[in-house]
Design a binder for this molecule. Structure first.
Ligand SMILES: Cc1ncc(COP(=O)(O)O)c(C=O)c1O
Length: 451
C-alpha cells in the first residue's frame, strides 16, 4: 500500500486554475477606499504590478505559469500527497484520509506558491522594493525568500505580538535579506496613530497591512504584496489542488470531502478551487473551510463590503467580515487572525458551494498531537484546524459505518511554533468563542457603499 504519492518535476502544473470562470455569478466589484467607486487598474498600479492586476481581474479559466516561476517551484514542488494510514488506524475509521503536505517548501508552508510569482511579476515591472506585512511570520518569511531570489529588497511589518513570540521567524526573514519591523511602528502615520492611542498595542494583521500599504504608496520604487485574500493569491495557490487531483487519480480515488484551514482563504482556495470546476460539472464533492472559533469570519461574520485593513487605506471588498476594527484575541494560530476573508471564498460560501465550520483551539491542538504521534509530522497550529476538520469527518464515517474519502491540506509544519505546543502541554491555552456583541460592535463601522 502506497503511503506517499509523488509526481515528477515535469508534472508541476503549467497553468493556474482561475475559479472566476466557474462562479455562478460575476464577482462583486472592488471599491476605492476614498471614493467608494469601483477601482480601476490605474488606482491599483501604485500597489501591484500590471501582471498581477491582470490576474486579479481576469475571467480566463487557465493562466500560464511563467517558466521562471516553475523553475523555482521545482525546489520543492510537486509536494507529496500522503495517505494517512497510521492516523486512520489510530481513529479506527473506515475512511481513507489523504493530506497534501505543503510544509516541504523552504519557508515551511504553502505561502511561497504565491510569493514567488508575486516577486517575479514585480521584478519584470521594474519594482525595486516590496513592502508587506506578516502575522505569524509564515508569509513574511516566504516573501523574504522570494524577493531574495529575484534580487528585490523587502520590508516586512510583523504583528508585534508575533515579533516578540516568534524570534526565529524574524531570524529567517533577516537571513533571506529582509528588514523586519514590529507593527504598530513609529515608521508610518497609521502605526503612530495606533501607538498614540495605545502604546502597548499588540498589533493586528489589519494594522500591519495599513503600515505596509502606506509604505508602498509613499515610495516610487516600492510595491505592496499580500499573502492571502486577493484573487491572484488564491489563483497561485491552485497548484496545490491541481497536483492533488493528479495524485489522487494515481491512487485511484476521488474525494467525498476536501478541507483546508481558513485565515484569509488562500490555502483553502488552493486545495478546494480546482474541485469547484468538478462540482459545477455535477460531481458530488463537499468543500469545507475550517476556521478558529476565536476569529469566526465565515461562520459569524456578515457578507458585506468592508475595508481590508484597520486604517481604511486598502480597497473595500465584498466578503465575510467581522469588521475592519475587529481586534482578534491572541490565539496561537496567528495566521488565522484576520477580520475578513477572500472575496472568492466568501462568494462560494454565500452561494452554498463551500461550507464553513469553526473549531476551538484546544480541539485543534488535541488533533495536532494525535496527528504528530501517528503521522510523525508536526503541524503548524493553523494547519491543525484542517486536521481537526478531517478527523471529525473520519469519526463521523466510523459512526455511520461508511467508507469516505477525505482530502485535506496540511498547509505547513510547526517547527517554528513549538512555543504554542509548550503552552498547550502546560495547560495555558483556553478556548475562546468570539462574543456575538463584539462582532455586532465592529460591524456597526462597516463602510456605507452605493453598490
Ligand atoms: C501554515 C499556515 N496555514 C494557513 C495560514 C492561513 O492563511 P490562508 O487562509 O491564506 O491560507 C497561514 C497564514 O499565515 C499559515 O502560516
Amino acid at each position: 500500500m502506497q503511503t506517499k504519492i509523488t509526481l515528477a518535476e515535469s508534472q508541476i502544473p503549467t497553468r493556474w486554475y482561475n475559479v472566476i470562470a466557474d462562479l455562478p455569478a460575476p464577482p462583486a466589484p472592488v471599491l476605492h477606499p476614498g471614493t467608494g467607486k469601483p477601482v480601476t487598474p490605474a488606482d491599483m498600479l501604485p500597489l501591484f504590478p500590471p501582471g498581477l492586476l491582470e490576474q486579479e481581474m481576469s475571467g480566463e479559466r487557465w493562466i500560464p505559469i511563467p517558466g521562471e516561476v516553475r523553475s523555482i517551484y521545482q525546489l520543492w514542488r510537486p509536494s507529496p500527497l500522503y495517505r494517512a494510514h497510521r492516523l486512520e488506524q489510530a481513529l479506527g475509521t473506515p475512511a481513507r484520509i489523504y493530506y497534501k503536505y505543503e510544509g516541504v517548501s523552504p519557508a515551511g508552508s504553502h505561502k511561497p506558491n504565491t510569493a514567488v510569482p508575486q516577486a517575479y511579476y514585480n521584478k519584470i515591472a521594474g519594482t525595486r522594493r516590496i513592502a508587506t506585512e506578516t502575522g505569524a511570520g509564515q508569509w513574511g518569511s516566504s516573501m523574504a525568500l522570494a524577493a531574495q531570489m529575484f534580487g528585490l529588497e523587502c520590508t516586512v511589518y510583523m504583528v508585534k505580538v508575533s515579533f516578540e513570540q516568534k524570534p526565529y521567524r524574524k531570524s529567517m526573514m533577516q537571513l533571506w535579506g529582509a528588514e523586519v519591523i514590529a507593527s504598530p511602528s513609529p515608521r508610518t502615520k497609521a502605526g503612530r496613530a495606533i501607538l498614540e492611542a495605545d502604546p502597548r498595542s499588540p498589533g493586528s494583521l489589519g494594522i500591519a497591512i495599513s503600515e505596509a500599504v502606506e509604505d508602498a504608496v509613499s515610495r516610487e520604487d516600492t510595491r505592496y504584496a499580500l499573502g492571502s485574500v486577493l484573487n491572484h493569491v488564491c489563483l497561485h495557490q491552485t497548484v496545490i489542488g491541481l497536483e492533488a487531483k493528479e495524485q489522487l487519480a494515481l491512487a485511484g480515488d476521488y474525494p467525498d470531502v476536501v478541507l483546508g484551514c481558513h485565515g484569509g482563504g488562500s490555502n483553502f482556495a488552493g486545495i478546494a478551487f480546482p474541485f469547484v470546476a468538478d462540482k459545477a460539472a455535477g460531481k458530488q464533492v463537499r468543500l469545507v473551510a475550517v476556521e478558529p472559533s476565536s476569529c469566526p469570519t465565515l461562520t459569524k461574520g456578515v457578507y458585506a463590503f468592508d475595508f481590508g485593513d484597520t486604517a481604511r487605506m486598502a480597497p473595500i471588498a465584498k466578503m465575510y467580515t467581522l469588521g475592519h476594527d475587529f481586534m482578534p484575541p491572541g490565539i496561537h494560530a496567528g495566521g488565522l487572525r484576520y477580520h475578513g476573508a477572500s472575496p472568492l471564498v466568501s462568494q462560494l460560501v454565500n452561494a452554498g458551494i463551500v461550507e464553513a465550520r469553526a473549531v476551538g483551539q484546544l480541539a485543534c491542538f488535541e488533533a495536532a498531537v494525535l496527528f504528530a504521534r501517528s503521522e510523525a509530522i508536526i503541524p503548524a497550529p493553523e494547519s491543525s484546524h484542517a486536521i481537526r476538520g478531517a478527523i471529525d469527518e473520519a469519526l463521523r464515517a466510523k459512526e455511520e459505518g461508511k467508507e469516505r474519502v477525505i482530502l485535506f491540506n496540511l498547509s505547513g509544519h510547526g517547527h517554528v511554533d513549538m512555543a504554542a505546543y509548550d503552552a498547550y502541554f502546560a495547560g495555558k491555552l483556553e478556548d475562546f468563542d468570539y462574543p456575538a456583541e463584539k462582532v455586532r460592535e465592529s460591524l456597526a463601522h462597516l463602510p456605507k457603499v452605493a453598490v
